[in-house]
Design a protein around this ligand. Structure first.
Ligand SMILES: Nc1ncnc2c1ncn2[C@@H]1O[C@H](COP(=O)(O)OP(=O)(O)OP(=O)(O)O)[C@@H](O)[C@H]1O
Length: 580
């Protein structure tokens, strides 16, 4: 699938590839014609009758060859750039659409290295390697055919010498490929380890682990260097051996050809033409050897790229998902009630979701486990009203973040159903489903860029008026007014210029701006002091007037004032209403 995908990406450029091949063919034809014309010039000179038109034709062939080489080089280079760009674009799109669990299995640095170092290796292979391969193979076939036609016995002498050098060079090529793969793998591991250390740089410093991390990362760089050295050693054999082969063939031709001219079985003009072909032979042979080494080096990178492109992506975010007949359309709304589930004091209800017309989200007997043998959720059922806050409580490891991931469809339940506004979320296109939910993650990730970039991330077309209103609502009005460039102030990599509370509020404002019908707040007060926590809870209550809000919390203080509490224990959810 992956290799086929890469081939398909190349197929888009069939026209340019054919044009490049055609131009190379024409260039090779001009080169191959030259010795034949030289032979005529020598024969004419031998007879003291120089034909100026033939000499002019030869000069024309030289000029035409130079011109074609320029055009071919440009066309091949342009095609190579287009092919590699296509693969890079597909890879980047693919990397950003992998299912969320895949990012946990693969190291981020390694994935980044595939988009960087591996596509660069491929770039060299396509731009230089393919150009060499095309010109080399066309030139080689033409030269060999003409040499065999011109003088079969001299041709056989040349072939014997070439066969000896091929016996030395060919076994080296697979070793080059292996060394290249090892080098790329070491570079991937180096990028992963560097990413690991830089993303936790404060922990690294506080643990005085700079030297240990440096040793570990330099260790990977050393492996890459060793693989590089192995490649250099192998290449150091390939090029001189092939040059030596050409020189040996030249010597053999001069000796055998000289004897044949002396005994009258060949003319001087034929020997010169043959020698010219022999000297031309070095160009395609060296080009082919270069192509073979570059392509072998790229094979390792290509395999790593194909591996990533072979990973399945999430369902296309915009693809409409057909509804099965049994669940097509919205479920008819249940009889209207007065809104929030009737207060039941602190008496819990367990095991069933009680959908009402005013329900946003429903979990029906949901089972899920990262390892199906050890389910985290074991028949969880609950529902959220259309408006107002609910709290999801549970001890560490109970599965609260797993509930969030299931709502976002980062995973799908093993059994049971999750409905949003009465529709099974598996039957709604992913992008549409996620546009209805605002997620405020525990770490509140801030992206490198301006405050405006971060706020409008999920709703890029938001106007300033709406933006400022939401900022006011989330208690960020004064903060923004105090910034030197207001909304256009850069807020640094990972939001490192912000306090924990500011990051939290920015994340909440970002979630609110896309006007979701459900907001998920994962441990919103983790980075706040008591005053910050109280202020945030006021914000939470304010925003929950417009939409449903699920606050995930470890601490009871986080959910003070939230009457509706869902308690997650042993994989099931009990609902408590009315308690404080
Ligand atoms: N990607 C994963 N692969 C395997 N197991 C996982 C994965 N993510 C979470 N778990 C396990 O699933 C269980 C529930 O984890 P989850 O993060 O949902 O709990 P939580 O209630 O949010 O915990 P906390 O309050 O500490 O954040 C835990 O036992 C955890 O070890």
């Amino acid at each position: 699938m992956s290799a086929r995908r890469m081939l398909a990406l190349t197929r888009e450029h069939r026209g340019s590839i054919a044009l490049s091949a055609g131009l190379s063919l024409a260039g090779s034809a001009l080169v191959l014609a030259q010795p034949l014309v030289v032979r005529q010039v020598i024969d004419a000179a031998h007879a003291h009758a120089v034909q100026w038109t033939t000499v002019g034709g030869l000069a024309g062939l030289f000029a035409g060859q130079a011109l074609l080489r320029t055009v071919t080089g440009y066309t091949l280079g342009r095609t190579g750039e287009a092919v590699v760009f296509g693969i890079r674009a597909a890879l980047i799109g693919h990397l950003l659409r992998l299912p969320v669990p895949v990012y946990r299995r693969h190291r981020v640095g390694d994935l980044i290295s595939r988009a960087g170092a591996d596509t660069s290796a491929l770039h060299t292979a396509v731009v230089a390697g393919c150009s060499d391969a095309v010109t080399g193979s066309l030139g080689l076939v033409g030269t060999v055919v003409l040499m065999a036609w011109l003088d079969t016995s001299l041709f056989l002498v040349v072939m014997c010498v070439t066969a000896v050098s091929a016996a030395v060079v060919l076994p080296v090529l697979p070793r080059l490929r292996k060394a290249s793969g090892e080098g790329q793998r070491a570079l991937g591991a180096m990028a992963s380890d560097l990413e690991r250390a830089l993303s936790a740089i404060r922990t690294v410093r506080a643990s005085r682990a700079e030297s240990r991390e440096t040793d570990r990362i330099v260790g990977q760089a050393r492996l890459a260097r060793e693989a590089g050295l192995r490649m250099i050693r192998l290449q150091a054999v390939v090029v001189p051996v092939s040059e030596l082969a050409v020189q040996a063939a030249l010597l053999a031709t001069v000796i055998v050809g000289g004897i044949r001219v002396a005994d009258g079985t060949a003319s001087i003009a034929e020997l010169v033409a043959f020698l010219l072909y022999l000297s031309y032979l070095t160009v395609p042979v060296v080009a082919l050897l270069n192509a073979a080494t570059t392509l072998q080096q790229a094979a390792g990178a290509t395999a790593r790229l194909a591996e990533v492109l072979g990973l399945p992506t999430e369902t296309s975010p915009n693809a409409p998902v057909p509804l099965p007949a049994s669940t097509a359309g919205r479920r008819p709304p249940p009889p209207a009630t007065t809104g929030v589930t009737p207060v039941m004091g602190t008496t819990p209800t367990t095991g069933t979701a009680v959908p009402t017309a005013a329900t946003t989200l429903e979990f029906h007997d949901v089972w899920f486990g990262y390892d199906p043998q050890r389910p985290v959720l074991r028949g969880a059922s609950f529902h959220l009203p259309r408006q107002g806050p609910s709290a999801l409580l549970g001890h560490s490891g109970a599965g609260k973040s797993t509930v969030v991931d299931l709502i976002e469809r980062f995973h799908d339940p093993d059994r049971g159903r999750i409905l949003l506004h009465g529709t099974d979320i598996r039957h709604v296109p992913l992008a549409e489903h996620r546009s209805r939910i605002g997620l405020v993650e525990q770490e509140c990730p801030i992206l490198y860029g301006t405050l405006r970039d971060n706020l409008a991330y999920a709703a890029p077309r938001t106007d300033d008026e709406h933006l400022l209103r939401v900022l006011q609502e989330t208690g960020l009005g004064a903060f923004v007014r105090g910034l030197p460039e207001g909304l256009d102030t850069p807020i640094g990599e990972h939001g490192c210029t912000l306090s924990g509370g500011e990051r939290q509020r920015i994340a909440i404002a970002r979630a609110l701006l896309s006007r979701p019908s459900l907001i998920l707040l994962d441990e919103p007060t983790a980075h706040l002091d008591a005053a910050g926590e109280a202020a945030l809870l006021r914000t939470v209550h304010r925003i929950s007037r417009h939409c449903a809000l699920l606050v995930i919390a470890h601490r009871r203080s986080t959910v003070q004032g939230i009457g509706r509490r869902l308690v997650l224990k042993d994989g099931t959810v009990s609902t408590h209403t009315g308690g404080h």
